[in-house]
Design a protein around this ligand. Sequence first.
Ligand code: SF4
Length: 55
Amino acid sequence: MVKIDKTKCIGCGACQSICPEVFEMTDDNKVKIKSQKDVPCVKEAIESCPVDAIS
Ligand code: SF4
């Protein structure tokens, strides 16, 4: 299951650009999990998050 640590997330938007199927930015620059899909880009997004907020 994908989880975002909202206390760590800085709203950079990288996860959404890498994996828009799963991550969605809200209007206040927070990340929302759109769907719990088991797609390969989730792993990529985890690795690309600058503050390790995705697990
Ligand atoms: S990549 Fe990480 S810091 Fe950037 S918006 Fe996504 S969860 Fe937040």
